[in-house]
Design a protein around this ligand. Structure first.
Ligand code: GMT
Length: 384
């Protein structure tokens, strides 16, 4: 991707932690770098999936300055200034911000500071930025304003697109571009090797990965697994960390299943773990898309996910996975036991899941759509 012989340059602003929005942003940037874009990540820490040296990829750390009168260091202001600095130094052609707050607002501020030069801004809405954070009274107006001011806006599911219109009354167009997965990396790896915690195949491996926030509904993960564990020799692997972890550990002890529940904390190498799982649970209160479910599906792992949110755009119930009321642990366990006790059914669901991923969510198709979106924004904003 070049213009007048120089690579196109893209700025990406995201949260660097293990959440889905940061993962999508990082994988997107890496893929675009392979396609010849020069990619500049701008955030407060190195994104978790950005490792080693990558050609055409740069990371710019935002430093905040503090002063006694500030209650908190104003990260938002430092980020906006950093964006202008990178735009000036590296001649950004387009800026893509992930998660509306505060990133779309910082992008707007940066764009105003850069005038008369125009910097096209693309904002991707991921889920909780709209459903939980942006709708709070103190953020509502600025979320709406920042969405309206972006040159292009995408949402990761049609559910999220509709929710944004409903919650903020925005009138601009929002394009749905789904999450994606690297199907070469996320593959079934049923035999031998791999992490010890997945080996010893006398027990089935049930998995859940998240940031352990209330929206992830961890109690249902534990209750579902406890029922499965009563019927099928199995262990539960919990990947990630967050505020609900202590409560989950207490519950696991109280249920007497601690020996077969492994809290692995934040981990790299999700593909290695998922590739050896037998069942994946995602009973969130709501999930705008469910990236971790998609990664499991790519590994041919049957997923039992929440029926609330955009998951029905990812999983066809009873065909490529299962969608269940997030508070119905009994039904989740019933399905889980049926799948784990019937290897043919487990395989059939896993294969249908993989086929669906390849058809709709493979990396190249989705990256093509982002590239076209950038082209459109650059043409419209700067006539490039
Ligand atoms: O799930 C989280 O709480 C993390 C959050 C994020 O922004 O990091 O995930 C959201 O974005 C993901 C990537 O687009 C989506 O796959 C998740 O469904 C979405 N989470 C929710 O809607 C709860």
């Amino acid at each position: 991707m070049t213009r007048n012989g120089r690579p196109r340059t893209l700025g990406i602003v995201c949260y660097p932690s293990s959440g889905g929005s940061g993962i999508v942003a990082t994988e997107l940037g890496l893929q675009l770098a392979h396609r010849g874009w020069e990619v500049h990540f701008i955030t407060y820490a190195q994104p978790i999936r950005l490792k080693g040296y990558e050609e055409n990829v740069f990371f710019h750390q935002v430093q905040t300055d503090n002063y006694p009168v500030f209650h908190h260091p104003p990260y938002t202001l430092s980020l906006a200034v950093k964006i202008t600095e990178i735009a000036d130094t590296h001649g950004l052609d387009v800026l893509h911000v992930h998660y509306a707050l505060p990133h779309a607002t910082c992008a707007y501020l940066a764009r105003q500071m850069l005038l008369p030069r125009r910097l096209p801004i693309v904002t991707t809405l991921h889920g909780t930025d709209i459903t939980l954070v942006g709708v709070q009274p103190s953020f509502h107006k600025i979320t709406r304003f920042s969405i309206e001011q972006s040159d292009r806006v995408t949402a990761v599911s049609d559910f999220l697109r509709r929710k944004t219109i409903e919650s903020f009354g925005v009138e601009r167009s929002i394009e749905v571009i789904p999450n994606f997965v690297d199907t070469d990396l996320f593959q079934s790896q049923p035999n031998g090797g791999g992490p010890r915690v997945c080996s010893g195949r006398t027990q089935k491996v049930v998995m859940h990965a998240s940031n352990f926030r209330p929206v992830k509904n961890i109690p249902t993960v534990i209750q579902t697994f406890a029922r499965i564990h009563d019927a099928v020799p199995s262990r539960l692997l919990l990947v990630g960390d967050g505020p609900e972890r202590w409560q989950a550990q207490n519950e696991v002890r109280a249920l007497g299943i601690a020996e077969d529940v492994h809290f692995l904390g934040v981990r790299e190498g999700m593909a290695d773990l998922l590739g050896r799982a037998d069942l994946y649970l995602l009973p969130s209160e709501h999930e705008s898309f469910g990236l971790s479910a998609l990664e499991a599906m790519s590994c041919e792992v049957p997923v039992i996910a929440t029926s609330q949110g955009g998951t029905s755009e990812v999983i066809e119930h009873g065909v490529s996975g299962f969608l269940v009321d997030p508070h119905d642990a009994e039904e989740m366990a019933r399905i889980g036991i049926e799948v784990l006790e019937n290897p043919d059914r487990q395989r059939a669901i896993g294969r249908a899941a993989r086929a669906r991923v390849e058809e709709r969510f493979a990396i190249d198709k989705v990256i093509d759509r982002y590239e076209r979106l950038y082209e459109g924004a650059m043409r419209e904003v700067v006539g490039a």
